[in-house]
Write a protein that binds this ligand. Structure first.
Ligand SMILES: Cc1cc2nc3c(=O)[nH]c(=O)nc-3n(C[C@H](O)[C@H](O)[C@H](O)COP(=O)(O)OP(=O)(O)OC[C@H]3O[C@@H](n4cnc5c(N)ncnc54)[C@H](O)[C@@H]3O)c2cc1C
Ligand SMILES: NC(=O)C1=CN([C@@H]2O[C@H](COP(=O)(O)OP(=O)(O)OC[C@H]3O[C@@H](n4cnc5c(N)ncnc54)[C@H](OP(=O)(O)O)[C@@H]3O)[C@@H](O)[C@H]2O)C=CC1
Length: 472
């Protein structure tokens, strides 16, 4: 059996669906086929602007048949692409002839393991993996969370009725997103949750070096989970009525060794700390929240160029080095020279932006029209929630790529807000905004316009001065 189309999009996650939807808008009369291995696809709804370029949105799961009428769908797995001859083959043997193809096959958890007791190490990606977590939690007394990024931060906050042992390489929590100061802000807020709020505001300017850290349905893999995924699942462990207990933290630590305890059916873990000491603990299982690896389990006629992280290398038009093969979302790695305020992180904002960019780019190639890269790639922006607080990350929010040549200006109001400006040569290069700060749009403008903030000194974060008025 074979099918023909102008555009073949592979993957029913945010990147694939955004790509197909963009194509449907740009080339309404051409044939678009979405190939997805899972019959549940993701789409973006309730897009709300947080600032000029920043948006927050919900991710909705829907049945593949609910996709717009202008997009044909097929539930199957991509197995092979012949890029020179412009056809692809699915696992069930269907041949799909296309003019342009976009690969949006996402990623899978990059699990920690040393090659044994693997059944006790799980990752979280899709609905099935959460159901597995739920099943294991039912009888669990101790869970070890390994990793210090998005998933670990969410789980450490959401798990209840179970002892959580959180093992991080760093000297503070949530290191992928925040600095030690913000991490301390979160931890204080968590431990003082029931206590009255003290609103004492402090402003501090620091050189970088002075910052001292305080110590359903499918058996196939589906798309990555959506925002607030944890609120849809009961993540209770086997110690009934224990409630939410603060996780036991193991900073600057790694798993040095582990083995099964046959009589108990539990894992014995040996941790090694950066100071050379070791420590033992037992747990029922490990959640390896240790990042994502791009997923491209199909063959091609010629090997595509891969980046160091294993992603399909794409240029600013989302083209791979194979003819008429594009890629977007978690599966790809941005190989273009990035704008000064942008870098890649595997997040759904970027999956959406890249999917949409790939759609525009493919339609322009099809119509023979010139096209420029979208403005969204000028400024890194991420809107999320951590430990119950709204969080906005902008530009080089952790000084990424700035070496040691920057200053930090921090304003913190305990349990209320944490604002950090990253300044280089007096110019704002990035910001972390935690709480309802209403500063996102101002920060966007300051970063993009490169205004010299030196003359304003520390007043730039003076709570008695409305900085929005300053720059109007
Ligand atoms: C638990 C969790 C929480 C997260 N929370 C956030 C958050 O709060 N904010 C945020 O910005 N990001 C978050 N992310 C990251 C975000 O979900 C991803 O960056 C984004 O969804 C990636 O989208 P994608 O379309 O590239 O990939 P995916 O969502 O992984 O979709 C890939 C699709 O391709 C399909 N596929 C794969 N291989 C094939 C094949 N061979 N043939 C056919 N189909 C195939 C898969 O079934 C899937 O439908 C989270 C991720 C996880 C796992
Ligand atoms: N709120 C949000 O925006 C959320 C976003 N996500 C996204 O989902 C994806 C998956 O999340 P997650 O798995 O948390 O990935 P992340 O990339 O966010 O974090 C991975 C963490 O694991 C650490 N790590 C990597 N390898 C090891 C190892 N062998 N031992 C110990 N620690 C290790 C990393 O440290 P290092 O960086 O030093 O290598 C990093 O702290 C990511 O793209 C993430 O951004 C997920 C949940 C929420």
């Amino acid at each position: 059996m074979s099918r023909d189309c102008n555009f073949l999009v592979v993957g029913g996650g945010i990147a694939g669906v955004s790509c197909a939807e963009t194509l449907a808008i740009c080339c309404p009369s051409s044939s678009i086929l979405l190939l997805t291995e899972s019959s549940i696809v993701k789409s973006v709804t309730n897009l709300v602007p947080v600032a000029r370029y920043l948006h927050k949105f919900d991710v909705r799961e829907k049945d593949v048949n609910e996709i717009g009428a202008s997009i044909a769908t097929i539930v199957d797995q991509l197995e092979y692409i012949n890029s020179r001859e412009h056809w692809a083959r699915t696992k069930t043997g269907v041949i799909l002839k296309y003019r342009y193809i976009c690969v949006c096959t996402g990623g899978s958890p990059k699990l920690f393991n040393s090659g044994h007791a693997e059944s006790r190490i799980i990752g979280i990606r899709d609905t099935d993996s959460v159901l597995e977590l739920q099943k294991r939690l039912l009888t669990a007394k101790d869970v070890l969370i390994l990793g210090n990024g998005g998933i670990a931060s969410e789980l450490a906050y959401e798990l209840k009725d179970v002892n959580v042992h959180w093992v991080v390489k760093d000297s503070h929590i949530s290191a992928t997103f925040v600095d030690p100061g913000a991490a301390e802000f979160f931890q204080l807020a968590r431990s003082e949750l029931e206590k009255p709020t003290i609103t004492e505001t402090a402003i501090k300017r620091m050189r970088y070096g002075e910052l001292t850290p305080p110590d359903k349905k499918e058996s196939k893999q589906g798309a990555a989970l959506g925002p607030d995924w944890h609120s849809n699942y009961d993540l209770s462990g086997g110690s009934k009525d224990a409630g939410k207990v603060l996780p036991k933290m193991y900073y600057k630590s790694n798993i040095a060794d582990y083995h099964m305890l046959p009589e108990e059916g539990r894992l014995s873990i040996k941790l090694s700390h950066d100071d050379g000491s070791t420590e033992k603990l037992t747990c029922d299982f490990i959640v390896s929240a240790t990042g994502v690896q791009p997923r491209h389990e199909f063959a091609t006629d010629f090997p595509p160029k891969l980046a160091d992280d294993g992603g399909l290398s794409v240029d600013e038009m989302m083209r791979t080095d194979l003819p008429d093969v594009y890629a977007a979302g978690d599966v790809c790695s941005a190989a273009w020279e990035p704008a000064p305020h942008w870098f890649q992180m595997r997040l759904w904002t970027q999956a959406r932006q890249m999917g949409s960019m790939a759609g525009r780019s493919m339609s322009a190639a099809f119509e023979g029209e010139p096209i420029y890269q979208d403005f969204c790639f000028e400024l890194f922006g991420h809107v999320t929630q951590l430990f119950g607080y709204p969080v906005v990350l902008l530009g080089r929010f952790n000084g990424q790529g700035l070496g040691r040549d920057y200053e930090l200006l921090v304003r913190c109001t305990r349990n209320k807000e944490y604002i950090k400006f990253v300044l280089q040569n007096g110019r704002l290069r990035g910001a972390i905004l935690i709480g309802d700060t209403d500063l996102a749009e101002t920060c966007e403008n300051l970063i993009l316009n490169g205004i010299d903030l030196e003359p304003y000194g520390d007043d730039i974060l003076n709570p008695d001065i409305d900085i929005e008025d300053y720059f109007d």
